[in-house]
Design a protein. Structure first.
Length: 331
């Protein structure tokens, strides 16, 4: 059993804490949040103790690894403190909103040979993972094109948006990581963005809609499209096209029942409307992968370098949007 602690008991922290508490090879030792009432509620529900402080978490010899689900601004200091305390880390994305701070974090802890996994949970979605594995097995030959669609059901609130870092660093970063997972290193980024959903995005100097073209080192082309609003639910799809065919992974619905009648053919339930529902299995599999790597002494994936690489693509997309030109990345 691997002793774990969760730092940050907000929405996603509670999901992770529940998954760890139920996992047969993990023991949730404690939870911590700067808001005591939130930590107390989570601890009470799961039957674990509340740590008095983050220092208490890192000093606990029963805690082998820490899952960081606190606000993004706290990630770098928590990763650094955990690594220096000899704890393995699973940290929600992004490492930091600032690429330089994220890079400095690694320089600060690299000598400690830390184990740090970054929470790009979509890699662990069963359908997306199966698509990637079949692609890598050569089922459709060489990858030539990929289309990644991610559209939120509704925009987040203004308070969240003010600290989000913008569409590319907050939302598209998942798709940048998926593009790398499918196609390997990316060499060129060309981004278009627009304000089509709500005025608040423009007021915050952000965008709510984007279309991004990427060119991989292999020559494969990837298209990413994002929107902060989707009338029919949480739209999450991937298509890969190659020299021998195509693979698609589509949306999830509450059931697979189809209705056929005089008004509809193949009418289905609406797609799931929230990321916690849509990626429930992915979050469970992500934690399981982290624990398995620790048990076997194997590298975690996606690792710190993957977090940096996705952040570089976000920065390149921002430059492309600002200049109107494609941005080349160094090999």
């Amino acid at each position: 059993m691997i002793g774990m602690a969760v730092v940050g008991c907000g929405r996603i922290g509670r999901v992770h804490a529940g998954n760890l508490a139920r996992h047969p090879r993990a023991r949730l030792v404690c939870v911590y949040d700067v808001a005591p009432e939130v930590a107390n509620k989570t601890a009470s529900e799961l039957g674990v103790r509340v740590a008095a402080s983050v220092e208490d978490v890192f000093a606990d010899s029963n805690v082998r690894a820490v899952l960081i689900a606190s606000p993004t601004a706290t990630h770098v200091p928590l990763i650094s403190a955990a690594a220096k305390a000899g704890k393995a880390v699973l940290c929600e994305k992004p490492i930091d909103l600032n690429l330089e701070r994220a890079q400095d974090c690694w320089r600060d802890i690299a000598a400690d040979r830390p184990v740090v996994m970054i929470g790009f949970n979509r890699r662990f979605d069963p359908s997306f993972r199966a698509l990637r594995e079949r692609l890598r097995a050569g089922e459709i030959g060489d990858l030539e094109m990929a289309v990644i669609t991610s559209r939120d059901p509704a925009p987040p609130g203004a308070e969240y948006l003010e600290g989000s870092g913008g569409l590319f660093r907050d939302m598209t970063i998942h798709d940048f990581d998926m593009a790398r997972s499918l196609a390997g290193d990316i060499r060129e980024v060309h981004a278009l963005g627009a304000n089509l959903v709500e005025p608040i995005f423009g007021q915050l100097h952000d965008i709510d809609t984007c279309a991004i073209s990427l060119r991989a080192a292999s020559g494969a082309l990837i298209q990413i499209n994002n929107s902060r609003r989707c009338a029919y639910g949480y739209d999450q799809r991937i298509e890969v096209f190659g020299s021998k065919g195509m693979l698609q992974a589509g949306n999830q619905r509450a059931t697979s029942v189809e209705a056929w009648n005089e008004r509809h053919t193949a009418a289905q339930d609406v797609v799931l409307d929230f990321f916690i529902q849509r990626y429930r299995q992915a979050y469970e599999a992500e934690v399981d992968s982290f624990l398995s790597a620790l048990e076997r002494g194997e590298p975690v994936s996606p690792g710190f370098a993957d977090g940096i690489a996705a952040q570089r693509l976000a920065v390149a997309a921002e430059e492309s949007l600002r200049t109107g030109r494609a941005v080349r990345l160094a090999s």
